[in-house]
Design a protein around this ligand. Structure first.
Ligand code: GDP
Length: 444
């Protein structure tokens, strides 16, 4: 199954050298596995196709980070793209309209619409201190109206009194009028569902929509219905227009692929997810969680996320060892300069070194800018390996040669030598007072 996606991708990329760039043939091969994974997670086929196309474009040519395998790197790219497509940030229900704000709940029967209406009413009441009224427009099933009333009683939220024989549009209007008169902030309108999409249902919902002009129209979808959900979403989105999706039964054992499909088909955010039958079982939508659930491989993703940190930690560990020995030659300086270029400046490097005073950090970072970094690296490149590891060798004639070789003046080179000496002195000092200076677990 899908939990082995990482292994499969690992196999594909075994041929590829570590730290190379991702090649198209390998990426294509990997995408076949990703495709299976997405389909197993119940993502709709057209959505899978689009997804694969754009992620391939993104992956080909990407450099592979140190500390992770190319297979893991691909998983990370897939995951990032997934999160992006799911909607990187949480979008909550908007109440930015004149009170009472009408919220229309739409969806198929059994999707969890009524329960979700009550869950949302509870959230708005408790978390946002809103005065909420609920009204059922389901005139076909008296039991549905009764259900909403009971739920309202459970959570202490008002429901519109039921008047037999009234049509949905009239109930909706009555709810708005009553809410206005009684000073409610929000009106939740729970429309009738059907087992399947049919035109009379759609016509009815359009009528209600036109009558109350809802500020939010939330489509409730059962996350376990997978591929079917796409058709439902498409129809509601095209014919009624929705502003967000509520995904129910995310507590089930589905992989939540419907989330990706919903977002792709409707273009609207998933605003809330239902995670159980109880009325407090509703959460905000977390794209990262759903992404790793779809991929079935949270660990790999966090592993790659850790990779960047690991690189820093590895380098810092090497530095600490050197410090303890009081060493800092031109090789060390060069690798520091390279890292600085990579990691975005002196301050971030120094920030990682324990025991440095603020003034020392400022002094050091003041000496650094991009051009300077390049020139300094060029100077070190012009040295022989012996000179790099033994700075004392640098006499006048060697200095002249190095300066000429890297296109700088001897004064520039002297500044670099001074910097190396200062760093070496700092290292020695820190090495002596070494114990207890942060990162304790990593000291040998
Ligand atoms: P409606 O016909 O769309 O209004 O659906 P209901 O709100 O009546 O829900 C149908 C069933 O699904 C009820 O038994 C609910 O308790 C259950 N349900 C709704 N949302 C969730 C959820 O997020 N998780 C679980 N496990 N059950 C849910």
């Amino acid at each position: 199954m899908f939990d082995s996606l990482s292994d499969k991708l690992g196999g594909i990329f075994d041929k590829l050298k570590r730290q190379g760039a991702l090649k198209e043939s390998h990426v294509n091969e990997a995408m076949r596995e990703v495709r299976v994974a997405l389909l197993e997670a119940d993502v709709a086929l057209p959505v899978v196709k689009d997804f694969i196309a754009s992620v391939t474009k993104r992956a080909v040519g990407q450099e592979v980070m140190k500390s992770v395998s190319p297979g893991q790197m691909v998983v990370k790219i897939v995951n990032d793209h997934l999160v992006e497509m799911l909607g990187s940030e949480t979008v909550s229900i908007s109440l930015a309209a004149a009170a009472p704000v009408p919220i229309l709940m739409v969806g198929l029967q059994g999707s969890g619409k009524t329960t979700s209406a009550a869950k949302i009413a509870k959230r708005l009441t408790e978390k946002e201190n809103k005065k909420v009224m609920m009204a059922s427009l389901d005139v076909y099933r008296p039991a549905a109206m009764e259900q909403l009333k009971i739920l309202g009683e459970q959570i202490g939220v008002a429901t519109l009194p039921i008047i037999d024989g009234q049509m949905p549009v009239d109930i909706a209007k009555r709810a708005m009028t009553a809410a206005k008169l009684q000073g409610f902030d929000v009106v939740m309108l729970d429309t009738a569902g059907r087992l399947h999409i049919d035109q009379s249902l759609m016509g009815e919902v359009v009528g209600v929509r036109n009558a109350v002009n809802p500020h939010e129209t939330l489509l409730v979808v059962d996350s376990l219905t997978g591929q079917d959900a796409v058709n439902v979403a498409q129809q509601f989105s095209d014919q009624i227009g929705i502003t967000g999706v509520v995904l129910t039964r995310m507590d089930g054992d589905g992989r939540g692929g419907a989330a990706l499909s919903m977002r792709a088909v409707t273009g609207q955010p998933i605003k809330l997810v239902g995670v159980g039958e109880k009325l407090e079982d509703m959460e905000e939508f977390h794209p990262e969680r759903v992404a790793s659930r779809i991929l079935g491989m949270g660990d790999v993703v966090s592993l790659v996320e850790k990779a960047a940190e690991t690189i820093e930690a590895e380098e810092a560990e090497v530095m600490i060892k050197k410090m303890k020995k009081g060493q800092f030659d031109f090789e060390d300086l060069r690798s520091q300069l390279r890292q600085m270029k990579k990691l975005g400046g002196m301050s971030s490097i120094l920030g990682m070194l324990p025991g440095l005073g603020k003034a020392q950090k400022q002094m050091a970072s003041a000496n650094i800018n991009d051009n300077l970094l390049k020139r300094q690296e060029a100077m070190i490149n012009s040295m022989t390996p012996q000179e790099r590891s033994n700075p004392k060798l640098l006499n006048a004639s060697r200095k002249k040669r190095i300066a000429a070789g890297s296109g700088v003046s001897v004064q520039d080179l002297n500044k670099l030598i001074k910097m190396q000496k200062q760093m070496a002195t700092m290292m020695k000092k820190m090495g002596k007072g070494g114990r207890g200076m942060g990162m304790p677990g990593q000291l040998p």
